[in-house]
Design a protein around this ligand. Sequence first.
Ligand code: AP5
Length: 217
Amino acid sequence: MKVVLLGAPGAGKGTQCKNIVARYSLLHLSSGDILRQERAESTELGKKAQSYMDSGALVPDEIIIEMMAKAIEKAPADGFILDGFPRTVNQAVELDKALVAGGQQIDAVLNLEIDDNVVSRRITGRRSCPQCGAVYHIENLKPKTEGICDNDGTELVQRSDDTQEVLSNRLDAYHRQTELLVDYYKKNGTVYDFDADRDPDDVGASIFEKLDALVKM
Ligand code: AP5
């Protein structure tokens, strides 16, 4: 199964991916995580992406398309979930071309719907583990010990782009460049919309209901 997860910053894409990959044995390919890894390793790609990410703008298509093509090439043929990619119509078109060339297609697009005013508290309260990538929230999803990862005891950090100011730019980029993808994919009839302003387990249950049905087909 090949799945695309769409949604604004803070819609809960990373949170939902954790359970989806476990249930359906999919590879999680997050463009944001790959970019942050490149930055942590100070690669050329990471350096090129830095200023865009810090300001909340999208990294240029040519950089992202090449980066994700490499990641998808290495993915197992039986399935992956794309989180944060594609994010522009151009990226989606290039993804389609690459999949069609390999005799593949996207089976489902999961669209997490959320209002801008809800994501602000989620984003500014998010903390993550730089070691294992686990994601927490200072109110909604607290670690057992404040500021410390439950999995490996590492001190949690706040992402540098999780400020109110950068968030407004990220939301602006989402509305101008990424939201169009819902209509792009609706033309193929593969989009499932989910109200993401609910308990994460309820959102997950709605997603499982749709994906379970697809797996049985
Ligand atoms: P990326 O890392 O993809 O960030 P994003 O899309 O802004 O998404 P987030 O990771 O912020 O949110 P999420 O939806 O995963 O939320 P989460 O589950 O963590 O991209 C970062 C940057 O990289 C971009 O700005 C851009 O510069 C660049 N980039 C990446 N991909 C690109 C591309 N394809 N093209 C160009 N540039 C690209 O949840 C957030 C918080 O809310 C957590 O604390 C969580 O615990 C909490 N939470 C989650 N769900 C719920 C719930 N249901 N109820 C209450 N709290 C919840």
